[in-house]
Design a protein around this ligand. Structure first.
Ligand code: NAD
Length: 543
């Protein structure tokens, strides 16, 4: 029973630990890295109160040290998808009945556990399993994940407060119901925080969830699941399974109780999902919610008035942090002819001096790409560039998978603004630049807007305010997250609600109030205190 209106004020963003020399967090993290490496795992699936192991054990390796074995996860099959759905649906009634404050405190406790006791573990697991350097792992697995949990509790409490007006003698109210059925969360490899947020945001709203992460993220997803259990999440609310994508889709998308999908990943996979859901629309009890944040071909547009150092820093951080494996990573840049030589010179000098190697050596800015499939695909793009008359590599371009999946940060210059690598998502450390006539800024903006099917992030670098205004207006639909004099990556929960349109997704802005509305289905209740007892209205009388 709820006997109070409890408040969850807007939280502060979780401070980023710096891991500087002499800081307490640095030795603690190094110790945790060593401990995890010395403790091989056998990660089960979590369905209800069962931890499920199977005969199919899949090895987990750090991307930068492919011969080191971190342990295994247990791959499931079709029957486990069915079991996860059945368990979720069996848990639905009891989870819905839990009061909001008791739900809220589970997620707030999880945030606190991640900020303290489990911080080194979730950061270390993200470094080892997904190959992030310490800073990238900290801003993702600690700060963004903690922020998602805390901010969503605040946002949902704001939604619950949102009520209609009432006329005299009656009352109107909105109930913010969870969806009828189960929600499917399908997450990508590149962010521990996204993996956690996709199921957690829907579960917070009272939904029951089947969660399938990308395989390279299972190592850190396992820690998140343990934290949720310690925080008190009842068994069966989030069911974590590891199955092949198409196997998952086959069972979930033909189930009558499929209520929605919370997806982040590539555009191609999302399109396939949407098509399958469309084909099966007659099978469902409700119209499913389809939420997908997908690919990007994110731009940096540099004006002739730009500060060269600001531009170079935005390009380097934007394109190469986490090896360009961010949906928001800068991957095409437009250089004005008056600054092109200076920008290229600094790019070449900076990238040539950059260290690449193991994430456990904190002096490396660049680490490996996620796996062999990604390595081969990116290497294929680089080979294509080497053989193209339209493009040439100005720095980088080497790759080697003998120890880990290492690809040098690579800058490509093209004379064809519609060259393949100006249009297609590569998802690796490859930035393509195109030099435009500095006096043709508006024409170049048109090029930016019309070159790729995506519209996720983008940046303009300029000191001239007219240029900033023009770019902001002309590129209104070119990016869902637009940056002025900054890199196009690094959105912070509560500060830059994140998501793009066009081929980049449904733009439901993860980590904002907008996203939570998608996991709710409002019921309006009208109650009359002294009801009418005669059907006749006054107008029916003549005098
Ligand atoms: P991916 O599309 O290969 O996989 C995403 C998830 O979908 C994985 O869990 C995968 O197993 C699953 N999947 C694959 N095929 C499936 C199918 N047929 N049916 C059901 N599920 C299926 O993406 P990825 O390589 O893990 O991540 C990189 C992609 O994600 C990039 O395109 C990137 O731009 C995008 N991304 C977007 C955002 C965003 O907010 N817009 C954030 C992160 C990543």
């Amino acid at each position: 029973m709820t006997i109070g209106t409890f408040v969850y004020p807007i939280p502060a963003n979780e401070p980023i630990l710096q891991y500087a020399p002499g800081s307490p967090e640095k030795p603690l993290l190094k110790k945790t890295l060593a401990e995890l490496k010395n403790t091989p795992v056998d990660i089960p699936m979590y369905i209800g109160n069962e931890t499920i192991t199977t005969g199919k054990k899949i090895a987990i390796h750090p991307p930068y040290e492919k011969d080191f074995l971190l342990g295994y996860f247990n791959e499931g099959e079709e029957k486990h998808v069915q079991q996860a759905i059945d368990t979720a649906l069996a848990t639905k009634e009891s989870w819905e009945a839990v009061s909001w404050e008791n739900k809220a405190h589970i997620f707030l406790k999880a945030a606190e556990l991640l900020a303290t006791k489990y911080r080194p573990h979730i950061v270390a697991a993200t470094m080892l399993g997904q190959g992030k350097n310490v800073y990238q792992a900290e801003i993702d697995a600690a700060c963004e994940l903690i922020d998602f949990l805390r901010f969503n509790v605040h946002f949902l409490s704001e939604i619950y407060k949102n009520q209609p007006i009432s006329s005299p003698g009656m009352n109107n109210r909105s109930e913010w119901r969870p969806l009828e059925g189960f929600v499917l969360a399908v997450s990508p490899f590149n962010f521990t925080a996204i993996g956690a947020n996709l199921p957690a945001s829907a579960a917070m709203c009272g939904n029951v969830v089947v969660w399938k992460p990308a395989y390279p993220q299972i190592y850190s997803a396992n820690i998140f699941m343990q934290v949720m259990k310690e925080a008190g999440l009842p068994d069966g609310v989030i069911n974590l399974i590891y199955v092949d994508g198409p196997v998952l889709g086959k069972v979930c998308f033909s189930h009558p109780d499929f209520a929605g999908v919370h997806f982040t990943g590539s555009t191609g996979v999302f399109n396939t999902m949407w098509k399958t859901i469309g084909e099966n629309i007659g099978k469902y009890k409700s119209y499913p919610r389809i939420v997908g944040e997908t690919g990007g071909k994110d731009f940096v547009m540099i004006h002739k008035s730009a500060d060269v150092d600001v531009a170079v820093t935005a390009l380097i951080r934007g394109a190469f942090e986490y090896q360009g494996q961010k949906c928001s990573a800068a991957s095409r840049a437009y250089l004005p002819s008056n600054l092109a030589a200076a920008i290229k010179e600094k790019l070449i000098a900076t990238l040539s001096a950059m260290k690449m190697g193991s994430a456990e050596d904190f002096t490396n800015f660049i680490n490996a790409v996620i796996d062999e499939r990604a390595f081969d695909k990116i290497a294929g793009f680089i080979d294509g560039i080497k053989n193209s008359p339209d493009a040439s590599i100005i720095v980088g371009g080497n790759y080697d998978k003998s120890i880990g999946y290492f690809i040098e940060p690579t800058v490509v210059e093209t004379t064809n603004p519609k060259y393949k690598t100006m249009c297609e998502e590569i998802f690796g450390p490859v930035l393509t630049i195109y030099v435009y006539d500095a006096e043709q800024f508006e024409e170049a903006l048109h090029l930016v807007d019309t070159t790729s099917p995506y519209a996720l992030t983008g940046a303009v670098i300029a000191q001239d305010r007219f240029a900033v205004e023009l770019a902001t207006n002309k590129l209104r639909n070119s990016a869902g997250n637009f940056y002025v004099n900054d890199k196009p990556t690094g959105a912070v929960v509560g500060q830059q609600p994140f998501g793009g349109a066009r081929g980049s997704g449904t733009n439901d802005k993860a980590g904002s109030i907008l996203n939570l509305y998608r996991w709710l289905s409002s019921r309006t209740i009208k109650e009359v205190y002294v009801p009418a007892t005669d059907y006749k209205y006054a107008f029916l009388q003549e005098a």
